[in-house]
Design a protein around this ligand. Structure first.
Ligand code: AMP
Ligand code: MG
Length: 341
């Protein structure tokens, strides 16, 4: 299959938006820009189309997909009930980088929810994503548009690197602004729970819902056989080919650690660190700005492979605010290997 890339910079490009929507309506897959990361979209109501998403990504069958809508009211057909808490969250953070899990309606094929009786719904902020969904006239199931296990794509070139020959169309809408995936909040169960940190911080969720749990899998490694609330949490994730090890300690200790290493190694550090770095390096944002880190973490992980080193030592980010989402991705990319210094 030949993969075509079309550039869409504005929603006035009606022909291009129609072209992407037509591929989706006909059961095809499209790489779509969103504010979080690029999605690999399929008609969520077309079982065969959704199955082909799992094939294109090599995604395990038990890892459910997020269903994307273009207006809030579209949620009503997709779930059994919309509780007050969901309305409140939506009012504050939709359109935006937050996904809400609710009991699914029968219209959602079980392949979308990987057999669960719940479904994850998101209303993205990205105008082009919403225009394509609106034009397609159906909800769009879209996981991140990377090969399963590798870092999520934050520009069209990264989608192409993973999906060339596997999907017919990629829409190039430029770099993603947030750079990490949406915050996944489940409202099924006694208390709201954050299953994955993302573009909306835990503090922001708590501001609306009050007491909210954070799933233990966010910062901890889960055994293969352990039951998890969010199936995606148990898989190796976001990992470049090069081994990543996280180094936890202050700036000076990190530099000392690097000075004492031998062999062919590199650094994954902050932009304000580079004057002190004597080995090959890639940067992921500024040390004091978690938003710049989230925007850059995935492309930095992809660049790590071009350093040509055996191991990359990564600086530990702040854990609060957006930092939690950055740390969650970094820990998975390093298979939870952390050295304390
Ligand atoms: P991705 O598609 O790569 O953004 O991953 C979607 C994430 O949402 C994965 O971690 C899934 O496990 C999670 N997810 C999607 N649907 C559900 C659901 N119904 N219940 C729990 N987690 C879900
Ligand atoms: Mg993903």
């Amino acid at each position: 299959m030949k993969t075509q890339i079309i550039k869409i910079n504005s929603t006035i490009q009606k022909d291009e938006i129609k072209k992407a929507a037509d591929v989706l309506k006909n059961g095809g897959l499209v790489g779509i820009p969103t504010e979080t990361v690029y999605g690999l979209g399929a008609n969520a109501l077309d079982e065969e189309a959704v199955k082909s998403v799992f094939v294109a990504k090599g995604r395990p069958q038990d890892n459910p997909l997020i269903v994307h809508i273009s207006e809030f009211d579209e949620i009503y057909g997709l779930v059994k009930e919309v509780p007050e808490s969901a309305k409140k969250l939506a009012e504050k953070y939709w359109p935006g980088p937050m996904t809400i899990i609710l009991k699914k309606s029968d219209i959602i094929p079980s392949v979308v929810s990987a057999g669960l009786d719940t479904v994850a719904i998101r209303l993205p902020e990205h105008e082009i994503a919403r225009a394509i969904i609106r034009q397609a006239g159906v909800p769009i199931a879209a996981p991140s548009a990377n090969l399963s296990g590798s870092p999520s794509p934050t520009n069209a070139k990264c989608v192409y690197d993973d999906m060339n020959g596997r999907i017919p169309l990629i829409v190039d809408g430029g770099e993603c602004n947030v750079g990490v995936e949406s915050t996944v909040v489940t409202l099924v169960g006694d208390k709201p729970k954050i299953l994955r940190p993302g573009g909306v911080t835990p503090e922001q969720i708590i501001e609306v819902l009050g007491e909210t749990e954070i799933d233990k899998a966010v910062l901890n490694q889960i055994d293969k056989d352990e039951k998890v609330s969010s199936p995606g949490m148990k898989y190796k994730h976001y990992a470049p080919k090069t081994k990543i090890i996280i180094v936890r300690g202050d700036r000076e200790k990190y530099f000392d650690f690097l000075k004492n290493q031998t062999g062919n190694f590199g650094a994954l550090c902050f932009e304000d660190d580079v004057d002190e770095i004597k080995c090959k390096f890639v940067t992921y944002g500024i040390s004091t700005n978690s938003f710049s880190q989230s925007k850059n973490i995935f492309s930095a992980l992809r660049k790590a492979d071009s350093l040509g080193v055996d191991v990359v030592y990564a600086r530990y980010p702040y854990e609060d605010g957006m930092g939690l989402a950055v740390l969650n991705r970094l820990l998975r990319s390093a298979a939870f290997e952390v050295i304390e210094v």
